[in-house]
Design a protein around this ligand. Structure first.
Ligand SMILES: Cc1ncc(COP(=O)(O)O)c(C=O)c1O
Length: 407
């Protein structure tokens, strides 16, 4: 029975020819279709076998007409949020959505108007920037502070910008992509106080909140007293269970007026529902079996991260940040003294690796690259060998020599 819940993550999966963006678009993205792809945030690890069984079972029925949003589905979401995240929500607060990106775009349309300021803490997931630009809102980019290898929110600058910058909404990522930072309750409380004081709505993208490493605890913004009436949360089964292509996510909104505003926008664009298979997936995954899979996955990913830290820490000039959540390693290559483009070229052309370039996350991502470690351990080791084989040490020595001559 156990193997129906937790697959063997050590067995590498061949995703070629499945239209997987990560693999089948390598030529377009990297100019080279043989790089080992470690970029887009989905997993080269199988979803739970019991999910496949449930989908196959449903597909045996020959009718694929319209579906309703059942109480069973809402119960599953309600149960998962309470059991996994200590968050009590009622059925009315749950709205379904095809994707988290759809949800934060709808939130921008619902709660702001043209020209309004929207704050982000960067480096941040690229589509946050696209959403602000596409809606003709004003970006207020507040870089995170890098302190002893960890990001911190610059509360002072944020509050100053709230006063000066006409900020109507904060597009927030909790836990944070690309760094995997899990915001502490005390940090969220401080953020909530500022937002409440200056009437700033918080749109909290919590898509990465299920994959949390030991000694860290995710706190949803909706569980912070000062944020419950001016925040919305967007979450999904996509990252946790590797089901992004099933387009099944949801939004939680306690505040009645905000919910009405959000629903109007979602209904106008017909983005207030999810597809049949997505609904089935959400219902079977938000279950005790889903929890068993999730915990086994976290253990596997934690081991993978240990391998990364142990191996890359030995190379001076390269510094992986310790991810407190997610399957993404945010790596600082700036110590090599190479430019962003030089590092990228070396990674692609010399090492044959396709990592996510840091500039996708804003200007503060310069010299940083994101490595997706949700792969079979043997594949991860292969990738790290390739990275280590890059003559980064020599680059660093040349860099030191250059500095020596300059000064
Ligand atoms: C922070 C964050 N939000 C949203 C998404 C995408 O979510 P969806 O596929 O539900 O739009 C990602 C995917 O990488 C992400 O990292």
């Amino acid at each position: 029975m156990e193997e129906k819940i937790v697959p063997d993550f050590d067995i590498p999966i061949n995703r070629l020819g499945t239209d997987a963006e990560k693999f089948d678009s390598r030529k377009r993205i990297f100019g080279n279709e043989s790089v080992q792809p470690l970029w887009v945030a989905d997993m080269d690890l199988p979803s739970p076998p019991f999910l496949q069984e449930a989908l196959i079972e449903r597909i045996k029925h020959p009718c694929f007409g319209y579906t309703e949003q059942s109480n069973r589905l809402k119960n599953a979401v309600q149960w998962w949020m309470q059991d996994e995240h200590d968050l009590i929500i009622d059925h009315d607060s749950i709205l379904f959505s095809p994707s988290v990106v759809t949800s934060f775009n709808n939130a921008i349309a619902a709660f702001t108007k043209c020209g309004d300021g929207i704050a982000v803490f960067s480096p941040i997931y690229g589509p946050f920037y696209f959403a602000i630009k596409n809606h003709n809102r004003t970006l207020v980019d507040i870089p995170l502070l890098l302190n002893e290898g960890q990001y911190l929110i610059n509360f002072n600058t944020f509050e100053k910008e709230c006063i000066a910058g006409n900020i109507r909404l904060l597009l927030f990522c909790n836990p944070q992509n690309p760094s995997g930072r899990v915001w502490k309750k005390q940090e969220l409380e401080q953020l909530a106080v500022i937002c409440k004081k200056h009437n700033v709505i918080i749109v909290s993208d919590e898509i990465h909140s299920d994959i949390i490493y030991p000694e860290n605890k995710h706190t949803s913004i909706l569980s912070i007293k000062d944020a419950t009436s001016n925040s919305i949360v967007a979450h999904s089964i996509g990252k946790t269970f590797n089901t992004s292509a099933l387009n099944a996510s949801f939004v939680l909104i306690h505040n009645n007026d905000m919910r009405v505003q959000f629903r109007q926008i979602a209904e106008r664009s017909h983005t207030s529902d999810i597809n049949l298979l997505g609904k089935i997936a959400m219902e079977v995954l938000f279950s005790t079996h889903g929890q068993t899979y999730k915990h086994a996955l976290i253990s596997y990913l934690a081991e993978n991260q240990k391998v990364i830290i142990a191996r890359l820490h030995k190379i001076s000039g390269i510094e992986p940040m310790v991810a407190e959540s997610t399957f993404l390693s945010w790596i600082n290559f700036n110590g090599t003294g190479l430019s962003h483009t030089e590092i990228m070229n070396k990674l692609i052309n010399d090492a044959g690796l396709g990592l996510g370039g840091g500039l996708f996350y804003g200007p503060t991502g310069n010299g940083w690259f994101r490595l997706n470690f949700a792969v079979a351990k043997s594949k991860l080791k292969e990738a790290l060998d390739k990275m280590i084989s890059l003559d980064i040490m020599r680059c660093l020595q040349n860099y030191c020599a250059r500095q020596f001559f300059v000064f």
